[in-house]
Design a protein around this ligand. Structure first.
Ligand SMILES: NC(=O)c1ccc[n+]([C@@H]2O[C@H](COP(=O)([O-])OP(=O)(O)OC[C@H]3O[C@@H](n4cnc5c(N)ncnc54)[C@H](O)[C@@H]3O)[C@@H](O)[C@H]2O)c1
Length: 288
């Protein structure tokens, strides 16, 4: 929803710290921000892909650093390096995220270390990014944006650590937005639906069970993946208007608005849908 009478937040010259910048959404947002005149602090665990991205940008407004967001001390060090280089950070985009490495699992079938690693990156990594960048963002009346997902409000069956962390960071950013209310700084939640990136490949042909599950559980109108550039365009618009919720594609907006009732209906359907239940038992029976 557009917020009326609010001045447009000009992105030209702003310093934006991005985590997971080498991935599909991070890179598309970085390109759009670069085109809007922003200065970029690109971070990722994948230095080769990040260097490739950075090579397409003006060197004098780009800093690329390797960072694992689970490392709080390293995240603080990146913030310090960014301030040393550019004098400030205006926006922190806590975007890094992971999912199952080897196909969907239930809570029964998954490995404890993998469950906990997903939560560590997707929830605690976002928290550590926010905590490290917040003093700068506050000082510059800037913005924090977290990449949540439609999984913040849709059932997380067979994707529980991912959905749990996406619901968690939604509340983290909502709480932060409330706490920042009188400061001039703000926090926002980005909720992408499925996007054509590496992380979503599993659900669109990369893994047989995951692909089948998405087909059975979601109507075709909701499950069409979108290009990362569409997410980037929504992000730019959302940053310029400091939108609290950036939901993309827009077809998920009514689902989010009606989430209370939608959850009751869809949770019941999943619980009683023979095909979905059979797929879950297949996952649990599959040899590891
Ligand atoms: N693609 C989708 O359908 C979709 C939908 C909703 C939300 N999201 C979220 O969007 C964000 C970006 O994902 P994407 O779609 O671009 O996928 P992606 O896999 O292309 O990008 C994720 C990036 O995060 C990096 N990363 C992984 N672990 C990291 C860590 N510990 N520290 C720092 N960086 C790390 C990866 O190297 C990769 O470059 C994620 O948080 C993801 O959960 C994606």
């Amino acid at each position: 929803m557009k917020q009326k009478n609010k001045p447009i937040y000009d992105l030209d010259g702003k310093v934006v710290f991005i985590t997971g910048a080498a991935g599909g959404i991070g890179a598309a947002v970085a390109r759009a921000l670069h085109a809007a005149g922003a200065r970029l602090v690109l971070t990722d665990t994948n230095p080769a892909q990040m260097e490739q991205l950075a090579a397409g940008f003006d060197a004098d407004r780009t800093l690329a650093l390797t960072l694992d967001v689970t490392d709080a001390a390293a995240t603080r060090a990146v913030v310090a390096r960014a301030v040393e280089r550019f004098g400030r950070i205006d926006i922190a985009f806590a975007n890094a995220g992971i999912s199952w490495s080897n196909g969907p699992q239930t809570l029964l079938s998954c490995d404890e270390p993998e469950f906990e690693r997903i939560v560590e990156v997707n929830l605690l990594g976002v928290w550590r990014t926010i905590k490290a960048a917040l003093p700068e963002v506050l000082r510059n009346q800037g913005q924090i944006v977290v990449t949540s997902s439609i999984y913040a409000f849709m059932n997380g069956m067979c994707n529980a650590p991912y959905a749990t962390s996406k619901a968690g960071i939604e509340m983290l950013a909502r709480s932060l937005r409330a706490e920042l209310g009188s400061t001039g700084a703000s926090a926002s939640v980005l909720y992408p639906g499925w996007v054509e990136t590496a992380i979503a490949k599993m659900a669109f042909g990369g893994n047989k069970v995951a692909t089948k599950m998405v087909r059975v559980a979601y109507p075709v109108s909701l499950r069409q993946p979108i290009p990362p550039e569409t997410v980037a365009a929504a992000m730019i618009d959302g940053l310029r208007t400091r939108r609290a919720r950036i939901i993309v594609p827009g077809r998920w907006t009514p689902v989010s608005w009606l989430r209370g009732i939608v959850s009751i209906v869809t949770d019941r359907r999943i619980e009683t849908q023979p095909k979905l239940q059979a797929l879950m038992r297949d996952i649990e029976r599959a040899p590891k």
